[in-house]
Design a protein around this ligand. Structure first.
Ligand SMILES: Cc1cc2nc3c(=O)[nH]c(=O)nc-3n(C[C@H](O)[C@H](O)[C@H](O)COP(=O)(O)O)c2cc1C
Length: 138
């Protein structure tokens, strides 16, 4: 519905924030010592106004699509990019980190990606046609 005025992007290139988010996410996942942010130089959070529960799914879907488009564009630019829902969940549940994002009033975090340079190359992949189940209603 073109409600772009209800979406907000937060770009984080603060090393301390990313390091703290890394520790918080690893702790949440009970995987201390791992690096679920992959030590990316940039995190991008997508938040959206979330004041009517009836539309939460729609706002979340919008945020996910925006994140996906950013990942596609990052790939096009030769950058590495990854959806980081673990980081999203950890930051959403950490009042100190969440406050540092300085989100607009009434907005919740719905998507996060990490972006940075990579030495990996992207190859075409064979994706099985039956990876996702399908039923057809005639
Ligand atoms: C909703 C969602 C959340 C994800 N969260 C994470 C995450 O927190 N950390 C991570 O490394 N990858 C995350 N990913 C990336 C998935 O691990 C990745 O898409 C999966 O390996 C499948 O890749 P493929 O669809 O390209 O085969 C997420 C992907 C999606 C769709």
């Amino acid at each position: 519905m073109g409600l772009y005025d209800q979406i907000h992007l937060t770009v984080v290139n603060n090393r301390d924030f990313i390091a703290d988010a890394d520790v918080a996410t690893a702790a949440m996942m009970h995987r201390e010592g791992t690096h679920p942010t992959y030590n990316v130089p940039i995190l991008i959070f997508v938040s959206a106004k979330n004041q009517d529960p009836m539309f939460t799914g729609m706002m979340m879907s919008s945020a996910a699509m925006i994140a996906h488009n950013m990942v596609l564009e990052a790939t096009e630019l030769g950058l590495g990019a990854c959806y980081l829902w673990g980081v999203l969940t950890a930051v959403s549940n950490n009042p100190d980190l969440l406050a540092k994002l300085n989100l607009p009033e009434g907005y919740d975090l719905f998507a996060a990606i990490g972006v940075g340079p990579t030495s990996e190359t992207y190859e075409a992949r064979e994706i099985p046609a039956d990876r996702i189940s399908v039923n057809v209603i005639d």
